[in-house]
Design a protein around this ligand. Sequence first.
Ligand SMILES: *Cc1c(COP(=O)(O)O)cnc(C)c1O
Length: 365
Amino acid sequence: MADGKTLEFNLEPCATPVHASERERLLENPGFGSLFTDHMAMIRYSEAQGWHDARITKREPILMDPASSVLHYAQEIFEGMKAYRLADGATALFRPEENAKRFQASARRMAMPELPEPLFLKSVEALVDIDREWFPSVEGGSLYLRPFMFASEVFLGVRPAKEYLYLVIASPAGGYFKSGASAISIWVSEHYSRAAPGGTGAAKCGGNYAGSLIAQAEAIEQNCDQVVFLDAAEHKWVEELGGMNLFFVMNDGTLVTPPLSGTILPGITRNSIMTLAREEGLTVVEQPYAIDQWEADAASGKLVETFACGTAAVVTAVGTVRSSGGAFTIGSGGPGQLTEKLRRRLVDIQRGIAPDDHGWVKKLF
Ligand SMILES: *Cc1c(COP(=O)(O)O)cnc(C)c1O
């Protein structure tokens, strides 16, 4: 049975790629998540054969039987990462091994097979290679990569499936939030939880997002950009946004972020920011932070900045927090100095502008 380490990708280049002039036009205004490249990576898994049938092929619809297990019981996980064009023209990924490891951790939680790290990396790298003409020309642009896997077995019985399909698609991306939004507003969800102790909050699975969408829709209704979730047990502790981790900057040089207690997604951006903040001389503490404390600290001036972070939106300042009980402003309501400094440090490393002292940047070609 293939252990995945020796599995080779069959290259089947698309015979009808988007014409170069049309591609150039599309890449001038890529937006987020609606434009895709010519190819995709694909690997099959079955209990009998293990990992097999690895391909780089043209991006096209996939046929699914209506009884495919994922459509009923939602055994699905994904990753989100970016390929960057560096200042010297090279192409690079940012800490891709961390995505590979997290994909395995998500698979374990969802009772799915773990894709070997070399196969994950090869699939992503081969896709970036064949679609290398798809990097957006816009400032801050990147090639967003979406590896994902789902239960493809045709079976309605309730148990972990015996067949899976792993795919990687690529989407040229500009900025995540519409330009002009320098600090976002967030809505405190009172009625809904994202994750409970013992649940799937630390796994990157589609189901977590499905359950959070109603709260995100409520945030939009309340004229806020994003929703913030509190812990499910006490509805007291600030956890994270629907898809981004949170940091709180105190006036004594302390940076607070909620601990990875199993209900929070272990963000790679979160981890990188903690390292960079320590290097900036900040004291980084992972500790629970209560919603009432957040408001009190913002009012007293103890809390000077709050920011959210994740691959898609990088580092984004939180300006205002609203709930059914009222609203409060953080600092001046705009992006603070430290938020901007940490964002800059991270982006400069990702873009090859600043030296990569941590070995985070993996150059491809
Ligand atoms: C993906 C994700 C994040 C951010 O993780 P990064 O590795 O930094 O992109 C944060 N929260 C949730 C719920 C996520 O799904």
